[in-house]
Ligand binder design. Structure first.
Ligand code: NAD
Length: 334
């Protein structure tokens, strides 16, 4: 049996992994703790670790895993910006789940966008209190609006299909264009879009792709949707633009400093992050807790692909869905 230590485990993770683990010859020990410098020692005695978006696979963590004779890091997510690929290369096999359900994320992006522009988040709270007033709930039609999509990979393309279904004009930016999409340069996308949705990975090129300079090039009243990675948006600049009335709204499933707060119940604590607290206080900002991936279909695919990645490596010595052999260090190592 392959002995796997799974970090940052939540109850919803276990269902799929418990269902398929035996089929792939994997025995799993679940840890609630996140993987990081303080917890990497827990991996001693295991063949592999399984990590998620807010775990840290830094150079120090890689050193500790290698010293503990761990052979593989199986990421159970698509993004791998939290893996120090240079440190891992040639020392640890690192796999990921490149596509588990692009529909889950793209549909959540549209759900956030519709909620924001039709003020559903406000009316939900009002009607529960028998307040049936419509004042302040005026939205706008998506039909006929221009949406700028940054990143036209698996998720971006599904999101584009959904937007086309709504009768929106779609423009896009991606250094690797594909057929059938109207591409423009980034500044044109910023200048012409009524809505901008981010679907690119976090790399050194995309870090703070939406910063103060980018925001200054956007239309008055632009709506920003980010379901990719928090660090794509410079949160302080976004907050300043919202306070200045430049931004019509922001729908965020991810946040720069989310690792400290997301996926946990912090309702009993004072929020120490002033930017997050201020964003949450805005009527035209909605934030979900990195939940875009969270559908039954996606969780099932994540479990199966992660276990398949482990089984293929330990049984056939082949790393499928390889991260560190293929990225050429393009991922952001912090
Ligand atoms: P993908 O690899 O299929 O597509 C990414 C696209 O981004 C590619 O077309 C690539 O060419 C493009 N790209 C690369 N550099 C770019 C740049 N500088 N500017 C613009 N585009 C660039 O990935 P995907 O499956 O579509 O996922 C996209 C991202 O969504 C992931 O990297 C991950 O960060 C995020 N994600 C979030 C969740 C969630 O739950 N919120 C779940 C899954 C994925």
């Amino acid at each position: 049996m392959i002995k796997l230590a799974m970090f940052d485990t939540k109850p919803y993770d276990k269902k799929g992994f418990d269902k398929y683990a035996a089929d792939y010859g994997v025995e799993i020990k679940y840890f609630e703790a996140k993987l990081g410098e303080d917890t990497a020692d827990l991996a001693a005695g295991f063949d592999a670790v399984c990590a998620f978006v807010n775990d840290s696979v830094s150079a120090t963590v890689v050193d500790k895993l290698v010293a503990a004779d761990v052979k593989m890091v199986a990421m159970r997510c698509a993004g791998f910006n939290n893996v120090d690929c240079r440190a891992a290369h040639g020392r640890l096999a690192v796999s990921r789940v490149p596509a588990y359900s692009p529909y889950a994320v793209a549909e959540h992006a549209m759900a956030l966008l519709l909620t924001l522009v039709r003020r559903t988040h406000k009316s939900y709270i009002r009607t529960r209190d028998y307040n049936f007033s419509l004042s302040g709930l005026t939205g706008f039609d998506l039909h006929g609006k221009t949406v700028g999509v940054v990143g036209t990979g698996r998720i971006g393309r599904v999101f584009i299909d959904i937007c086309r279904g709504f009768g929106m004009r779609v423009i896009a930016f991606d250094p690797y264009p594909v057929e059938g999409i109207d591409y423009v340069d980034k500044d044109t996308l910023f200048a012409e879009s009524d809505i901008i949705s981010l679907h690119c990975p976090l790399t050194t090129d995309t870090y703070h792709v939406v910063d103060g300079d980018a925001l200054s090039k956007m239309k008055e009243g632009v709506v920003i949707v980010n379901t990719s990675r928090g660090e794509l948006v410079y949160a302080e600049a976004l907050l300043a633009a919202i306070k200045a009335g430049k931004i019509g709204g922001a729908a965020l499933d991810v946040y720069e400093e989310e690792a400290e707060f997301f996926f946990e119940d912090n309702s009993d604590h004072v929020m120490p992050d002033d930017v997050l607290a201020r964003l949450l206080s805005m009527p035209n900002v909605i934030i979900s807790s990195h939940q875009a991936f969270l559908t039954e279909e996606a969780l099932d695919n994540i479990a199966q692909t992660t276990l398949q990645n482990l089984s293929t490596f330990f049984c056939e010595n082949v790393v499928v869905n390889d991260v560190c052999g293929g990225c050429n260090g393009a991922c952001k190592n912090k």
